[in-house]
Design a protein around this ligand. Sequence first.
Ligand code: BG6
Ligand code: MG
Length: 218
Amino acid sequence: MNKKGFIFDLDGVIVDTAKYHFLAWKKLAKSLGINFTEEENEQLKGVSRIKSLEKILAWGNKTISQDEFTALMANKNTEYLGYIAEMDENEILPDVQRVLDMLIAKKQPISLGSASKNARTILDRVNLRSHFNAIVDGNDVSKAKPDPEVFLVAANALSIKPEACIVFEDSVAGVQAANAANMVSIGIGSATILHEANFVFNDFTEISDEFLNTLITN
Ligand code: BG6
Ligand code: MG
């Protein structure tokens, strides 16, 4: 049977953790006297922890010492992990489980390709870790999306050529990374925002088994 590599981003694709990132960054911003909005949070999708804090400081016109920067990142993560600790299977986004189960039934290799350093913790919380043949996250790569590194490492971990990989992504940087890796990019979210993707769906409920079958066979 034809084998493709199916690579899933985590935040915004498998679970909606953007709301927890927002609450944690908002608290941090408030402690610095910075007003952090939901629109600004949108711009942090797919962006690494370090880059996210740099952006928030720039928006608030704040300069801080390296030590303070490190401490703030740790505080934010502790706050974020407090929300993650409360997560369970109910937070898996609609039809993600169906798509994963279908790909597993078709014996397709599946990897995670996420910028998060908390990816394994989150997959454990929602009981999905065993669905993945490989997990590549922010602990395994040094270059952030839109660099293709995370997806190339995932393809390698699955022993599938990049050209035979398909990436599910909700962020612009992630779609660009998939394209740069020479993979099929599938945007999950707004077609206007994710216009660089090869295909775009609002969510997994719009992705039929038939469409998945064509991805496997083509
Ligand atoms: C990405 C999220 O998946 O991971 C970003 O979209 C987040 O918002 C980044 O900043 C890093 O995540 P973490 O869990 O390592 O802080
Ligand atoms: Mg994402």
